[in-house]
Design a protein around this ligand. Structure first.
Ligand SMILES: NC(=O)c1ccc[n+]([C@@H]2O[C@H](COP(=O)([O-])OP(=O)(O)OC[C@H]3O[C@@H](n4cnc5c(N)ncnc54)[C@H](OP(=O)(O)O)[C@@H]3O)[C@@H](O)[C@H]2O)c1
Length: 329
């Protein structure tokens, strides 16, 4: 099993390497790939020094699996070149997510769709993954009609440049800006670029990717995505209207039995999910579970998860583990 990590020097790439080590992911050769700027630099993994290589060299080595997290343009140009030499690409960018010929996978929900023929597999957007992890079992049981979601997204979701911007602001140093405004002591209602309809691309990912993963285009979704100066993970206030009524005790039980989801909801001792505690964990945390008293069959939830883990690297590696376990690669 030869494995390539494309974008190994980035925020997601670094977490990917940690998780490969933690989970003892089986491989015989590891290729660390980044842009030409980084070629030749060294990264230590499991006490072994690896030199960063370029994309062309990685293709020539024909890895069995390539984990891509190097931006959409890199994926669009290079994933097909890896595919052509027989590599299975699992892509973290938005390049292939809404491509009808590509599958968009959260293993706990829809890994069963994967076959040997899937050579480019898309990993969902971080804010969508954590939301559908909680919503999938509820949709199955009560059928979702409409979702209203507001996100509070970590700066780590923007990559190394954004973390540097906050560090610079905290140190009072002028530097390169990842955002159009200061992020320290601020919230910015603008994640990714604006689309023609006035929503951001991040907001529309929550709409389109949710419908694709839950395999139900009838689910109405409306989103507001906001950047906040936190680092441990993304948080989301989610309002869900169901076709059928629910029982709150049953909702809590259902969620606490869902693999990968942890219920943190005890108001007596102020227990609810928060990003500083989700940081570094693979689970999706849910709390503030309560009925929306303003209309029937409607639930309010607060969902938090480490965007670099379940929102990106962990989910990608879980897809690869599923492929290996089922002889699909
Ligand atoms: N951060 C998140 O929470 C998150 C979640 C889900 C998905 N994603 C997606 O994952 C991708 C990476 O995000 P990130 O946050 O890790 O970004 P990042 O910290 O900015 O890292 C980008 C990585 O891509 C590499 N890269 C950039 N241009 C390249 C090129 N032309 N050829 C080869 N490698 C290139 C960089 O290499 P150099 O160091 O050499 O520049 C670096 O390793 C993006 O597509 C993003 O949308 C991110």
């Amino acid at each position: 099993m030869k494995v390539a990590v494309v974008g190994a020097t980035g925020m997601v790439g670094e977490v990917m390497l940690n998780i490969l080590e933690e989970r003892n992911f089986p491989f015989t050769e590891l290729m660390l790939v980044a842009s030409e700027r980084s070629v030749g630099k060294e990264i230590t993994f499991k006490n072994k020094t690896h030199k960063i290589i370029g994309l062309a060299e990685a293709v020539s080595k024909k890895p069995n699996i390539a984990f891509f997290s190097a931006g959409g343009a890199t994926s669009l140009e290079w994933a097909p070149k890896f595919e052509a030499v027989g590599t299975t690409v699992i892509d973290n960018s938005s390049a292939y997510r809404m491509d009808a010929s590509k599958k968009l996978i959260v293993p706990e929900i829809n890994a069963g769709q994967l076959t040997k023929d899937d050579k480019i597999i898309a990993n969902p957007n971080c804010s969508t993954t954590q939301m559908v992890m909680v919503l999938a079992p509820l949709h199955k049981k009560y059928k979702i009609k409409r979702i209203v979601v507001s996100t509070y997204q970590s700066i780590t979701g923007t990559g190394v440049k954004a973390v540097k911007q906050l560090e610079n602001e905290l140190a009072g140093v002028k530097g390169e800006m990842a955002y159009p405004y200061p992020i320290n002591k601020n919230v910015i209602p603008h994640c990714d670029v604006f689309e023609e309809n006035g929503y951001t691309k991040e907001e529309m990912k929550l709409v389109r990717e949710t419908q694709k993963i839950l395999d139900d285009r009838s689910i109405a979704v409306t989103a507001t995505a906001v950047r906040v100066p936190t680092q441990g993970g993304h948080s989301e206030a989610v309002n869900i209207e169901f076709e059928n009524d629910f029982d709150l005790t049953e909702v809590r039980k259902l969620l606490s039995q869902t693999p990968g989801v942890v219920v943190q909801d005890n108001l007596d001792v102020n227990t609810y999910p928060m990003p500083i505690y989700a940081n570094g964990k693979d689970d999706v945390f849910v709390g503030r579970i309560r009925r929306d008293e303003s209309q029937p069959n409607t639930l309010n939830l607060w969902i938090v998860s480490d965007n670099l883990r379940k929102g990106a690297a962990t989910n990608t590696i879980q897809i690869a583990e599923h492929l290996i376990k089922n002889n699909l690669v």
